[in-house]
Write a protein that binds this ligand. Sequence first.
Ligand SMILES: Cc1ncc(COP(=O)(O)O)c(C=O)c1O
Length: 411
Amino acid sequence: MTISIEPSLGDSASSTGARPAGATANHSDSDALLGNYKRAPGRFARGEGVYLIDEKGQRYLDFVSGIAVNALGYSDAGLQRALHAAADGLVHVSNLYATSPGEQLAATLVEKSFADKIFFCNSGGEANEGAFKFARRWARAQGDAKHEIFALRGAFHGRLFGTLAATDRPSYRMPFRPLAPGIGIVERDIEDLSVALNEETAAAVILEPVQGEGGVRVLDAGFVREVRALTKERNVALIFDEIQCGLGRTGTLFAYEQFDVTPDILTLAKPIAGGLPMGAVLMTEAIASTIKPGDHGTTFGGGPFLASVANYVLSRVSDPALLESVRENGAWFGRQLQEIARRTGRIRAVRGIGYMWGIDVMGTASHVVNEAMSAGLLTCTAGEYTVRLLPPLVATRDELVLGLGILEEIL
Ligand SMILES: Cc1ncc(COP(=O)(O)O)c(C=O)c1O
């Protein structure tokens, strides 16, 4: 009898699974990273203000800001101090115990918003997943069949199974079916939403007041108010995803302030901890009162290191002078983009608010993004034809002028 032993997946190297010394010689370091990102050429080594600087010393004006994360730009002296001070304190303590920085951060968010209670987590996707759970917990307390969650056409709420079901990008969704059930997409139309929202079965509607990945679309304020009225009428929770558009990006601390509407739940992430991973779910007492110990949790959420840095970031992005400059410079920036569209004939539409703008270009957006990078300006796409511009909130009018100049030239 012959026994053939097939090599198992781990047998290529040694019995421990480790690769023998030197076996990686044919690989560059980046080969070890999963190929789930399409990365631009070069490697960034440091940053100063609104500039990122690569390993060769080339400077790039950054109108991506880590996709709306680096609100204070790079090497901000106050943020550096906050990071050093946080590192001198406790880094992690389990949520089995209380620590002051997280409590203080929650209290400040409550003081500055519609919310009564705050839950901290580690990313935007996780914040939205938490929001879905809290909304369902509340809804089930109203009626056992109430569970459906609706997102809008063009929405992006994350890439986890629940949030992916609420994200309107077929290419992101299709390879991973089946997604979480009970979550659907409806048109940005009050009639469609009215048909979809059955009081017996609907738990929540989630929307981005300004859709980011979906092409930088500022939702119509009248529509958002109608959604609020409809969700109230049908006893459905309204969730605002302000992960990208919140914390000063639109020129007010929260985007909802500009729509004259308050949600029941609001999610934050991206800029909140100055580039460290943190998310937050803000909610009313009505939602919070249905949550009991054990209903939800996350190991790192609201830890003292992250929260003390976030306390500093929040103090900066809620500074009225900063918000006023985002409002004024942002409106001016939008007018300049319209002018560039007129002069070049290479922009089909300009949309945005504050320091969050999208331009629909002729040809593909990725082509413009590549050209802009070669000319020293970082931008990113929001769909196939939209170039997205997200300068750090500290960018001055002069720095915006520089970016606009590069953009016009390459267009
Ligand atoms: C509006 C919105 N929601 C959710 C997310 C997901 O956040 P994260 O990548 O931190 O999971 C993003 C990220 O781009 C976003 O822009």
